[in-house]
Design a protein around this ligand. Structure first.
Ligand code: ADP
Ligand code: MG
Length: 431
């Protein structure tokens, strides 16, 4: 491909912040391209330079060194063909919702009629029909974000950059906006030529993007660039969708062994069933947050006993759980976080639950348990029945503990629920 066929190109871009002792390199020798027709998702831990990159790409900030090309030409100053949607949007408080959407069009000299028609159409699409004349102070956070989204779309940017646009929204609003954006994009209803979205949400990335770029930090760099070749609209429960999600997770988790070697077999199947380590989610989260705060996300295992104030047997169980889930690995007596572990540690509560759910769904014990529940009429089973089945693999007491732990994890992931009084396990509708 010739150089000029890229819509946007970064060449050896570096960004240095601060000065003197505080001087540090946020991004180093970064090379990156976006072609027309590409919808790319950028994943990576906080501080790896994602927001910096978006500002550089759109010309809001010149890099310390390196070149930014747009349609093959050096970019200087703000790129008029590009727009960023931020996680939280600053609207003009003295303008109505509709006026806020129209403001950028007005600046570009779009006639009033066209302006107003486009604004009303977009407000309708994002579910703000009826709020055209409201003022920002009258709207909830989710609604403000929708206005910001409509404003960004109104200028019909060629290059649309989104910086965690859905993470401040409630689940339903986020899903609705994702659907809107995909609809506009896949049906060619907007003149946008390329989209780059920053997200912490792996399913969101696989749901929307055709390319997933994963970064690491210190200094910010690309560690994975993966094409997602699934047709739209994508089905989240479809096996091919789940395969891609698993692949991204596996890479983020640094998984090197085939799954059946790493995870063992299901109860009742030939081979050894790997039991769940008996730990609480709280303690696991605490350890991951602690590691995330350490330099290079790494710690001496023996020092963790002191630092976390737990006994060494329990620490080993925590480490085993973190490894089983792909959140950490061990080398030379050190434990360190995988990119997935960092992502988990930095995600909010819903993000964490989503990652946790995706990870335990691949454990043979959970696959077996959910299949067992699914096979029943009411998607429910009595505790005793499951325990007896588990005794095929574990002795009585351990079978009981396995089930306790599985319920604890399954509840957190919102895959399984359990009613203590009737001693019945249920499959959650979303599982
Ligand atoms: P991300 O969006 O991936 O979290 P950022 O691009 O916001 O990363 O930041 C990358 C690194 O650069 C972080 O360590 C951050 O603290 C630092 N940084 C970002 N903007 C500035 C700035 N204007 N001045 C100094 N440091 C900054
Ligand atoms: Mg950021």
């Amino acid at each position: 491909m010739s150089e000029n066929s890229y819509l946007m190109e970064l060449k050896n871009v570096s960004q240095v912040y601060g000065s003197g002792d505080r001087r540090f390199t946020a991004i180093k020798d970064f090379n990156f391209t976006l072609s027309e027709g590409e919808f790319a998702a950028l994943l990576g831990p906080t501080g790896c330079g994602k927001s910096t990159l978006l500002r550089i790409i759109t010309g809001l900030q010149p890099p310390t060194s390196g070149r930014v090309l747009y349609r093959g030409k050096n970019l200087s100053g703000v790129n008029p063909h590009a727009t960023i949607v931020f996680q939280t949007f600053a609207l003009f408080p003295w303008l109505t919702v509709q006026e806020n959407v129209e403001v950028a069009l007005r600046a570009r000299g779009v006639p009033a009629k066209v302006r107003s028609a486009r604004a009303l159409d977009l407000l309708d699409r994002v579910g703000l029909d009826g709020f055209e004349t409201a003022y920002p102070r009258e709207l909830s956070g989710g609604m403000l974000q929708k206005v910001g989204f409509a404003r960004a779309m109104a200028v019909e940017p060629e290059l649309l950059c989104l910086d965690e646009p859905f993470s401040a929204l409630d689940v339903l609003s986020a899903e609705a906006l994702r659907g809107e954006l995909l609809e506009l994009w896949t049906h060619g209803k907007i003149p946008t030529r390329a989209i780059l979205i920053v997200t912490h949400n792996i399913e969101e990335a696989v749901f929307m993007a055709d390319r997933i770029v994963v970064m690491e930090k210190d200094p910010g760099r690309v560690i994975l660039d993966l094409k997602v070749e699934l047709p739209h609209p994508r089905q989240r429960k479809h096996s091919q969708f789940l395969e891609v999600v698993d692949r991204v997770y596996a890479i983020l988790a640094g998984q090197t062994q085939p799954e059946h070697v790493e995870l063992g077999t299901a109860p009742g199947e030939p081979g050894r069933t790997r039991g769940l380590p008996h730990i609480t989610i709280n303690d696991l989260t605490g350890m991951l947050e602690h590691l995330n705060d350490m330099p290079a996300h790494r710690a001496d295992i023996y020092r963790l006993v002191d630092e976390l104030k737990i006994n060494s047997d329990y620490l080993l169980s925590l480490i085993e759980a973190a490894e089983l889930l792909g959140f950490s690995t061990i080398a030379h007596g050190d434990i360190y976080l995988t990119v997935l572990g960092e992502t988990f540690a930095e995600a909010g509560i819903l993000g964490r639950k989503g990652i946790f759910a995706a990870r335990i769904r691949r454990l043979p014990l959970f696959k077996w348990l959910t299949a067992l529940l699914k096979a029943t009429d009411k998607k429910q089973l009595e505790w005793d029945v499951v325990q007896t089945a588990l005794e095929l693999e574990f002795h009585e007491e351990e079978a009981e503990r396995q089930l306790d732990t599985a319920i604890d994890w399954g509840r957190y992931a919102e895959i399984i629920s359990y009613d203590d009084s009737s001693q019945v396990l249920y499959l959650e509708p979303a599982a």
